[in-house]
Design a protein around this ligand. Structure first.
Ligand code: SF4
Length: 82
């Protein structure tokens, strides 16, 4: 799916972008709740993982959670190529 296409379908479209760069747990939970309703969540998460987005909530996950996925994927690739 092209980047522009999925962004047009985003549940966060028109919502204050700073909510997705939360300063506290409550804001993060609000952002994640919106992501939970988003029909392009997988595309968003794939984009964030591919580009190494260093901040914010993307695809319903914060940066720590995305790093965990990236690490597990790279570990899996190492296993496949071993
Ligand atoms: S998953 Fe969340 S951050 Fe990504 S497009 Fe949907 S609502 Fe926006």
């Amino acid at each position: 799916m092209q980047v522009q296409y999925w962004r047009d379908q985003a549940a966060c479209k028109g919502i204050r972008p700073s909510l997705f760069y939360p300063d506290n747990e409550l804001e993060e939970q609000k952002a994640k709740a919106i992501c939970g309703l988003c029909c392009v969540r997988e595309c968003c998460l794939d984009f964030a993982l591919a580009t190494g987005e260093p901040e914010g909530v993307w695809g319903g996950l914060n940066v720590r959670q995305r790093r965990r996925i990236s690490r597990s994927r790279s570990g899996l690739m190492g296993y496949v190529h071993a």
